[in-house]
Design a protein around this ligand. Structure first.
Ligand code: ADP
Ligand code: ADP
Length: 211
């Protein structure tokens, strides 16, 4: 199954994708993680996009589209994949439609107040990308990854100014994709909030995909 996870920053795309990838046995492709890995390894792409990620803006379509084209042409993607954080613009969605046929687009619907609560408490393992929240999904030992024991970090773009900018970018550039995919009959809506456990949201996601 080839699917796209759509939703504002902090909607829980990465958290649910980490569960869905094991359940469906397909790779989880997060464009944010791909960019962050390039930044960490100081590749030419990483150097090019570092300041864009820091400010919460979007990487140019041409760069992002080529990165995804390369990734989904790898052999592990033949049976399907979960695209998390791509497409984020209509141009990216058009490019994706030319690359392959998508089976479903899960739209994680959440209020902006709850998103802000989530993003400001998000912590991440820098090497594995594993995601935590200081209140909603805390690690077993404060500040440490459950499996590797590494120090968790707060993403630069999870600080107040960048969060605000990312939400504006989402509204203007990405939200129009809900109509785009609704018109194509692909949208599966999942309503989420901070009182639902990630496990519950994953159950709703499976139902939305089967229904
Ligand atoms: P979020 O947690 O907000 O969903 P991501 O980890 O998906 O964030 O993305 C982090 C940053 O990486 C974005 O703010 C943007 O700068 C860049 N990025 C990720 N995916 C894309 C994309 N499809 N197009 C352009 N930029 C992207
Ligand atoms: P996205 O990939 O859409 O940006 P994440 O999966 O990184 O979102 O989740 C954002 C933050 O919200 C993380 O700190 C995560 O632990 C937390 N979170 C995810 N799902 C839930 C949930 N159902 N309830 C409360 N917090 C959640």
């Amino acid at each position: 199954m080839k699917m796209v996870f759509l939703g504002p920053p902090g909607a829980g795309k990465g958290t649910i994708a980490a569960k869905a990838k094991d359940y469906y046995g397909i790779p989880h492709i997060s464009t944010g993680d791909l960019f962050r890995n390039n930044i960490k390894n100081e590749t030419p792409l990483g150097l090019q996009v570092k300041s864009i990620l820091g400010s919460g803006g979007l990487v140019p379509d041409s760069i992002t589209i080529e990165m995804v084209r390369n990734r989904i042409s790898e052999s592990d993607c033949a049976k399907g994949f979960i695209l998390d954080g791509f497409p984020r613009t209509i141009a990216q969605a058009d490019a994706l439609a030319e690359m392959t046929d998508i089976d479903a687009v899960v739209n994680f619907d959440i209020s902006s107040e709850e998103v802000i609560e989530r993003l400001s408490g998000r912590r991440m393992c820098p090497s594995t990308g594993r995601i935590y929240h200081i209140v909603f999904n805390p690690p077993k030992v404060a500040g440490k990854d459950d499996e590797t024991g590494e120090d968790l970090i707060q993403r630069d773009d999870d600080k107040e100014d960048a969060i605000k900018h990312r939400l504006e970018v989402y509204t203007s550039q990405t939200q129009p994709l809900i109509d785009y995919y609704t018109e194509r009959g692909l949208i599966r809506n999942v309503k989420t909030n901070n009182r639902l456990q990630p496990e519950d949201v994953f159950e709703l996601t499976k139902k939305a995909l089967n229904g």
